[in-house]
Each structure stands twice: as structure tokens, then as C-alpha cells.
Design a protein around this ligand. Structure first.
Ligand code: FMN
Length: 209
């Protein structure tokens, strides 16, 4: 069993990484492997709505950035954690470009797998950032991992985040709950409790007649 953590910050070892590493340590303490993928600081283009991925799902037509790396790992994971720094009270643009393309090309690869978010900020905009990240989860069949507070850490630099005692507590509970959900879903599968599947054919309505 494995969880993929995405560090959406341009800082490989900044505040977002500090929060993610605490989540990862809790997941690993519960016996589940983790892998962290940093999206880097090279430009990441947005989705151009070319729909090539509709014809060939699971891959974005644009290579050379984190998108196809994430999609290539998606099948082999059991849970996903997305970490973002807060930029103007939102996730940073490069991460949003990444996620728009990942989930349009390969949302089905994440179906049924728990998703968690981590927002890192100096001060404010964390809940708006978490709201934006949570938008990718339930629409792709991903249960959201809860904790005792919204999953945020504060600091301007990584070392400051480790002093955010409450934030770090929330990170650890997020990790432990992620591990528990993965194990609980597996136990349900093993016990023969069927997972609900979407109805087919899928309806697409746009209200215009
Ligand atoms: C373009 C930009 C916008 C930012 N906007 C906010 C903001 O709205 N609220 C806030 O508290 N911090 C804001 N910050 C500060 C970062 O969220 C903060 O330094 C965070 O710890 C960076 O995480 P990182 O080290 O993982 O990159 C902003 C930083 C940048 C570069």
C-alpha cells in the first residue's frame, strides 16, 4: 500500500514540505509506504482543452512536467495528499495547472482513493486554498480525509512550520486517518462489501435545450 504526496510549492524544502513530511511520517508509522513528488519550479502550462486525453485517457498530451509523472504513478497508489503554499489566498498557479490537467486526463485513476490536502501560509488564505484543493476530490470519487481542524501549517519558511504545534498535530492526525481509511477500505473489500460504482451510461446535462 502506498500514498503519493505532491509538493506543489516552488520550494522543495519549504513550509509545504514541512507539513507534508509530518503527514508522511504518520502514514509510514502506520505501515504504509509514501512517495513525495515535487512539481519543481519550471513553468507548468495550463490545460488547453485540446481533449486529446478524452480520446486517450490517463495521459496528457504535454510531456516534460509533473503531470504525466503523477499520472504514471496514480494506478499504483492507494491515497493522495496534495500540498500547496497559499498564494493570494489560493493554491499557487503552477499547482492548479498541474491538477487541472492531472484530473482531466486521469481522474478515474484516483476513484475510491482517499484524498487529503495541506495548505501552508505565512498568515491567511488557508481555508480558501483547502476549499480549492478539495474541489478535485469528491467529483473524482475520492473520499476526503478529515482531521480535528482544517489541514494548515503556518510559517514563512519550513523551519517555522515545525513550531506550529497545532498545525503539526493536524498533520499527524491527517496521516493517521489516511492510513486508517486505506486499511478500512481494504478490510471492507476483503469482507466482500461492494463499493458503489457510477451508473452507466453516464448522463451529461448542460441545461440548454
Ligand atoms: C506570490 C505569493 C503570494 C502569497 N500570498 C500569501 C497569502 O495570501 N497569504 C499568506 O499567508 N501568505 C502568502 N504568501 C506566503 C507563503 O504562503 C508562505 O511563505 C508559505 O510558507 C510558502 O510555502 P513554501 O515554503 O512551501 O513555498 C505568498 C507568497 C507568495 C510568493
Amino acid at each position: 500500500m502506498k500514498v503519493l504526496l505532491i509538493n506543489g510549492s516552488p520550494h522543495e524544502n519549504g513550509t509545504t514540505a514541512a507539513g507534508l513530511s509530518e503527514v508522511a511520517a504518520a502514514i509510514e508509522a502506520d505501515g504504509i509506504e509514501t512517495e513525495t513528488l515535487w512539481i519543481g519550479k519550471e513553468p507548468i502550462r495550463g490545460c488547453t482543452a485540446c481533449f486529446a486525453c478524452v480520446k486517450k485517457p490517463g495521459r496528457c498530451v504535454f510531456d516534460g512536467d509533473a503531470v504525466n509523472e503523477i499520472l504514471g504513478r496514480a494506478e499504483g497508489i492507494d491515497g493522495l495528499v496534495i500540498g500547496s503554499p497559499v498564494y493570494w489566498a489560493s493554491p499557487n498557479g503552477a499547482l492548479l495547472s498541474t491538477l487541472d490537467r492531472v484530473f482531466y486526463a486521469g481522474g478515474a485513476l484516483f476513484y475510491g482513493k482517499p484524498g487529503a490536502a495541506v495548505a501552508a501560509a505565512r498568515r491567511a488564505g488557508t481555508t480558501a486554498t483547502i476549499d480549492a484543493l478539495y474541489k478535485y476530490f469528491p467529483i473524482n470519487g475520492m473520499p476526503i480525509v478529515p482531521a480535528q481542524y482544517w489541514p494548515m501549517v503556518h510559517g514563512r519558511k519550513g523551519e517555522e512550520a515545525h513550531k506550529d504545534i497545532e498545525g503539526m498535530q493536524v498533520m499527524r492526525l491527517t496521516g493517521h486517518t489516511m492510513a486508517w481509511m486505506i486499511k478500512a477500505f481494504k478490510a471492507a473489500d476483503d469482507a466482500g462489501i461492494p463499493r458503489p460504482a457510477p451508473e452507466t451510461p453516464r448522463a451529461w446535462t448542460n441545461f440548454i435545450r
